[in-house]
Design a protein around this ligand. Structure first.
Ligand code: ZN
Length: 73
């Protein structure tokens, strides 16, 4: 893990409960943050690029959205 990642990570808090206790899970090209307070997971990308927390979907919500979209095909 690189230093600048740690720095960005410290600025992030949970969009739902505002907790700062986020656990970071990183893969090769992406990362998710799991909130230890409410248990929701978020794409790190979303937290870094979306300013309004109410516009940020949890990973679960995104998967449900994608599934609904595919089924309507
Ligand atoms: Zn939370």
């Amino acid at each position: 893990m690189q230093k600048d990642d740690d720095f960005r990570f410290e600025k992030l808090d949970c969009p739902r409960c505002k907790s700062k206790k986020m656990i970071r899970f990183a893969w090769e090209s992406e990362a998710e943050l799991e909130c230890t307070e409410c248990g929701e997971r978020f794409d790190e990308k979303d937290l870094l690029t979306i300013d309004d927390p109410s516009n940020i979907l949890t990973v679960k919500e995104k998967l449900a959205f994608i599934r609904a979209f595919k089924e309507s095909d």
